[in-house]
Write a protein that binds this ligand. Structure first.
Ligand code: NAP
Length: 486
């Protein structure tokens, strides 16, 4: 029988998970978690103090050497079990994400499928951590290299993908033999708490995974980042916060991975299959209600297909159904909060004031929850703020271009460099454009690039480091070299 909302909220742990047990915060305080579709409180979770944060790191440090010494096959089996249990409990996790984050259930199910794959992928990687043995060029010594876990890791994750942004870090860290303190976003902590419980049931030893929820985010995290026992910081979130954390991490010269903001261009060339481009645009724009770092933020369409593309895209956007993500037939959920909705409104108003035309949508929805209509704008000038800032909402601004060089120049005219999309039937154009785009990832004739087997990450102000693929585990490993004289 499917789990009900109230049964799920009664069952979800709400404490801090430290050293293998659940506890209240040291001062007994809690923080409220809200349903963005109704504005109502879903649950209260423990609000960690600075002392609780330190206790979590103490536990991670204490468990590090034994976890690093655990046979890779054992670590692999734990991850495999995590993949299987998460798949079995997909409905529970999907419902939890829809409740605390707002996305429609179908999308939450998609995130469970995507997020669980990181456990399967890194279960397979855990037993393939290799070194090498080589003869030095002078023939006199032997060069032995091996990989060792980096050490205790602090993981800070955002609210937009409450599960997958965690599993993308936890999977490779467990595989590599690192212990960790996870701090999920304070707006969506419940999914991570449920995951901690699941992972414990799969055999993750006490202290290897610790989860702290807090509203005193900076006060709790900064001492951990400056603690010499921590060896790595991995962060997914906004660029300004990431930049500040990089500065803090300089004191202990931490290994750092930064998955930051995006401003993805979506290029449709004159020879593109327009229907395929519209399909890709729906995915690239509307996945996660537009609240994704990978969301298409700017559409550059060749003048010869602009009218056809805009018309078909607007028709698809207009056919979407807004509502609470748990309701049948709903395809667009609410934004995360009023601040997010205000920002979307401001960016849209700015574009219109500069000459953009609204083809469809264009309004926040009245009533409870933070809904905003799916919107398509045309004739958007390059001076509009939304060409430079992340919209993080269901607004698609379209600008036309004439030459390939013009499209590439507009696409690269940003401080960000996470992902770009391009649509063309010409292989030569696809390859040349992919090479010219200053981005960590490029989607060719597809509106989604996320794949656990591929290295996800950006360049420029979108950060550094890669998650997933063969590269993902390297972020949690150090190379040790041993020179042997013969
Ligand atoms: P955010 O405000 O930067 O928050 C992200 C995380 O950082 C949250 O856990 C937050 O905790 C924490 N945080 C905030 N201030 C902090 C501080 N001073 N010290 C330590 N931690 C701090 O970002 P967001 O609004 O949640 O997420 C949206 C952003 O994430 C967008 O820019 C999006 O592009 C980016 N993102 C990037 C990727 C990627 O892979 N490149 C993926 C997803 C999202 P609290 O919740 O307690 O504030």
């Amino acid at each position: 029988m499917p789990i009900t909302q109230s049964a799920l909220l009664d069952a979800v742990p709400t404490g801090l998970f430290i050293g293998g047990s659940w506890r209240d915060s040291s001062d007994g305080s809690t923080l409220a978690v809200e349903d963005p579709a109704t504005g109502r409180t879903l649950a209260h979770v423990a609000d960690a103090s600075v002392a609780d944060g330190r206790a979590a790191l103490d536990a991670a440090v204490a468990a590090q050497s034994s976890w690093a010494a655990t046979p890779p096959r054992e670590r692999s089996e734990i991850l495999r079990a995590a993949y299987e249990r998460l798949t079995e409990r997909a409905e529970e996790f999907a419902l939890m994400m829809t409740l605390e984050m707002g996305k429609p259930l179908a999308e939450s199910r998609g995130e469970v499928a995507y997020g669980s794959e990181f456990f399967r992928w890194f279960a397979e990687e855990a037993v393939r951590i290799h070194g090498r043995y080589a003869v030095a060029p002078n023939g006199a010594t032997r060069l032995l290299t091996t990989k060792q876990p980096v050490g205790p890791v602090l993981m800070i994750t955002p609210w937009n993908f409450p599960l997958a942004m965690g599993t993308r870090k936890i999977g490779p860290a467990l595989a590599a033999g690192c212990t960790m303190v996870v701090k999920p976003a304070s707006q969506t902590p419940l999914t991570m708490l449920l995951l901690a419980e699941l992972l414990t049931g799969c055999g993750v030893p006490d202290g290897v995974l610790n989860v702290i929820t807090t509203s005193h985010t900076q006060d709790v995290c900064e001492p951990l980042i400056r603690d010499p026992r921590l060896r790595k910081l991995t962060f997914t979130g906004s660029t300004p916060v990431g930049r500040m954390l990089v500065e803090q991490s300089a004191e202990q010269l931490l290994r750092v991975s930064m998955e930051l903001g995006g401003n993805a261009p979506f290029l449709v060339f004159g020879d593109a299959d327009v229907d395929q481009a519209v399909e890709g645009a729906m995915l690239a724009k509307m996945r996660n209600i537009g609240e994704a770092c990978t969301a298409a933020n700017r559409f550059y369409v060749h003048e010869s297909v602009a009218e056809e593309f805009s018309g078909k895209f607007a028709a698809r956007m207009g056919a979407l159904t807004l509502g609470k993500g748990t309701k049948k037939g709903v395809t667009v959920g609410p934004l995360i909060d009023e601040k997010a909705r205000t920002k979307v409104t401001e960016l849209l108003d700015d574009a219109v004031a500069r000459g953009a035309r609204v083809l469809i949508g264009g309004e926040p929805q009245r009533g409870a929850g933070y809904f905003f209509q799916p919107t398509v704008l045309v004739d958007v000038p390059t001076s509009a703020r939304l060409q430079q800032e992340e919209i993080f909402g269901p607004v698609a601004p379209i600008t036309t271009f004439t030459t390939d060089a013009e499209a590439i120049a507009m696409a690269n005219d940003t401080e960000f460099g996470l992902v770009a999309y391009l649509f063309t039937r010409d292989l030569d154009r696809a390859l040349r454009t992919s090479e010219a785009l200053e981005y960590g990832m490029v989607g060719v004739n597809q509106g989604i690039v996320s794949n656990p087997a591929a290295p996800f990450g950006g360049v420029k102000h979108s950060g550094f480091g890669r998650e997933g693929g063969f590269e993902g585990i390297e972020e949690y490993l150090e190379t040790k070299y041993v020179g042997i004289a013969l």
